[in-house]
Design a protein around this ligand. Sequence first.
Ligand SMILES: Nc1ncnc2c1ncn2[C@@H]1O[C@H](COP(=O)(O)OP(=O)(O)O)[C@@H](O)[C@H]1O
Ligand SMILES: [Mg+2]
Length: 271
Amino acid sequence: MTKRKITPLCFSFPQLLARVKYTPEASVDEIDILRDLKALITRPVGRGSLEEIIFRMDILHRLERLGMLIINPPLAIERSVDKYCALALLEEHGLPVPRTVVTESPEEALKAFSELGGDVVLKPLFGSRGVGSTRVSDPEIARRVFRAVSFYHGVLYLQEFISHGFSDIRAFVIGDRVVASMRRVAETWKTNVSLGAKPVACKLAEEFEDLAVKAARVIGCRVAGVDILEGSDGPVIVELNSQPGWRGLQSVTEVNIADEIVEYALSELRL
Ligand SMILES: Nc1ncnc2c1ncn2[C@@H]1O[C@H](COP(=O)(O)OP(=O)(O)O)[C@@H](O)[C@H]1O
Ligand SMILES: [Mg+2]
């Protein structure tokens, strides 16, 4: 942005002040968000209590209703943060996803464990960076783990294990194209770069690019990091990140990703 003589303003959600019935509707110190800023690029909405998170989303929704360009739009953030919501939408639009069961009941989860072949990945519904995902392939352990998650009021999200050979594809979508992609090569089944997987440059086949772009469109993301596993029955999308990091990807691509995001935001403002 600085390169383009645009003055960026960085702030975090706790700095925001919202007003109703008098103005400014949203501000940070002396900055009136609607009057002084042209667009918002949201980076991680962050952790917080249910109240804090809902307030953060509500303020984004209000700013969008009042005409602010927000990348990613709040609805897209909500859809993608919830793994069940996102996966269901992808399936409804004909995109390939793994068989998945979601329930609050540990008994139902145990039945589903067998249905899914007795080898599943149990994930936190709102997790990221591979944190908290566990592969469960022993029925006794499954019983214990499902009960424990349920005791602490977690929702059980179980997905068939896709044998992917310790690597997968991360496609970075901006607008309606994949601007960069990489293969993430790990030493275990979790291929998150934050857990030590190595980014390796790769040019995607058109089929993969199509999947990633369609997935971003279905969820409503203008910027997205799409995780694609290559199973024995072809590619499946396991996740779509609405607030993807790109440190790993940037280290193996010539494309300047921050530059692409800014260029995209400017092109949307010109419309
Ligand atoms: N169903 C699955 N089968 C095999 N590996 C999986 C499966 N789901 C996720 N993984 C692995 O775990 C990683 C993290 O899962 P993901 O759904 O992307 O959640 P997050 O990155 O938000 O923690 C994926 O990048 C992939 O390497
Ligand atoms: Mg992921």
